[in-house]
Design a protein around this ligand. Structure first.
Ligand code: PHE
Length: 351
């Protein structure tokens, strides 16, 4: 039996056949069978490449190189023919009037920020411009941070107003994990990790067990404000929050502070602005009161400062918390808080 030498691989002959076959193929089906026959897994070129192994080293290199070049050439030629055919088909379709190229294109719908996201950013921007930085905290909170560390002990009656959604997990007879009811736990979280001076705002979603109505929603967005430093007084609280109110609701705004109770501040206040719709005369938005309450605030309770390891004789602080939905309702004159989360585009697209 004669030894089959390397020269038996005749690339030239294969190339000539393949090129002729490609020339002859005039529709997509013919091109596809040509591709399978020549370039496919069981095609002729593949079997040529498979035979390379039986060649001498030098021959293997030479023929291998040429075969690869040929493969690239044939693939490119095939691609060009296919795209030609495609172009022809479109041209025919247009000629036959099946495509009206003068029709306007379909524009993509552009998204936008949710009105509450816009409001949160507006609020946060004001505090950033006053020297505050921004932090975040978890929405699933522990009993310790949401209540206990804020001096809302287990039997504290103020807990009743902040019933929430609990995570279905009991330890020692209690549910230790819950959806946070306010952003105030981040006062403690931030103070644990930082030393005064502190200037920080913490925006985020909060949850409550609510029978929803036009002014109550089970998910709301709060912005917590915290400033801790030597020599911070109630005057700083008032000055800062007044400046915020003016930038948010107009320079001519007046503010009113009244006593309020939150276990984690002493003294505690609620802040109201004069109604920016009726300028304090009394209207539907302010329920004929002339004033609109927009946030709770107060001086951080010295007990908490001590718990954080701060020297409460030197260091003082103020904290405040406001609801973004309430502020957005007021700013836009919206009559029902539930609109924000009903995902009705007719509503959302107005912002
Ligand atoms: N956490 C309070 C609330 O949810 C608001 C508040 C924050 C009050 C900080 C005092 C200080 O209503």
């Amino acid at each position: 039996m004669r030894y089959m030498a390397a020269e038996t691989i005749d690339l030239e002959e294969f190339a000539a056949k393949a090129r002729a076959g490609l020339d002859a193929a005039t529709d997509e089906a013919a091109l596809e069978s040509w591709r399978v026959a020549h370039l496919g897994r069981k095609g002729t070129l593949t079997s040529v490449l498979r035979k390379l192994g039986s060649l001498e080293m030098d021959e293997r290199r030479r023929i291998g190189g040429e075969a690869n070049k040929l493969k690239n050439e044939l693939e490119a030629a095939l691609k060009a023919k296919l795209s030609d055919l495609h172009g022809q088909r479109i041209a025919t379709t247009i000629q036959e009037g099946q495509i009206d190229v003068t029709l306007p294109g379909r524009s993509k719908r552009v998204g936008r920020l949710h009105p509450i996201t816009q409001t949160v950013r507006q609020i946060v921007d004001i505090f950033v411009s006053l020297g505050f930085s921004v932090a975040e905290g978890p929405e699933v909170e522990t009993d310790y941070y949401n209540f206990e560390a804020l001096l809302l002990g287990r039997d504290h009656p103020a807990r009743d107003m902040q019933d929430t959604l609990y995570i279905d997990f009991v330890r020692d007879g209690v549910y230790p994990f819950m959806m946070r009811t306010h952003t105030s736990p981040n006062q403690v979280r931030f103070m644990e990790k930082h030393q005064p001076p502190i200037r920080v705002v913490v925006p985020g979603k909060c949850y409550r067990n609510e029978a929803t109505d036009p002014t109550h929603e089970w998910m709301i967005t709060q912005i917590e404000v915290l400033a801790v430093d030597e020599g911070i007084s109630l005057a700083d609280l008032k000055g800062t929050l007044f400046e915020f109110a003016k930038r948010m609701f107009g320079q001519e705004r007046k503010v009113r502070f009244r006593c309020d109770y939150f276990p984690y501040v002493e003294p505690g206040v609620d802040m109201a602005i004069d109604c920016f719709l009726c300028n304090g005369k009394g209207c539907r938005t302010c329920h004929q009161e002339g004033w609109i309450e927009i946030m709770g605030a107060g001086m951080v309770h010295p007990k908490i400062l001590t718990n954080m390891g701060y020297d409460a004789d030197r260091v003082t602080g103020f904290a405040a918390g406001m609801g973004a939905e309430r502020i957005a309702l007021l700013l836009h004159g919206i009559e029902d808080i539930r609109r924000f989360y009903q995902n009705d585009l007719r509503f959302l697209e107005q912002f």
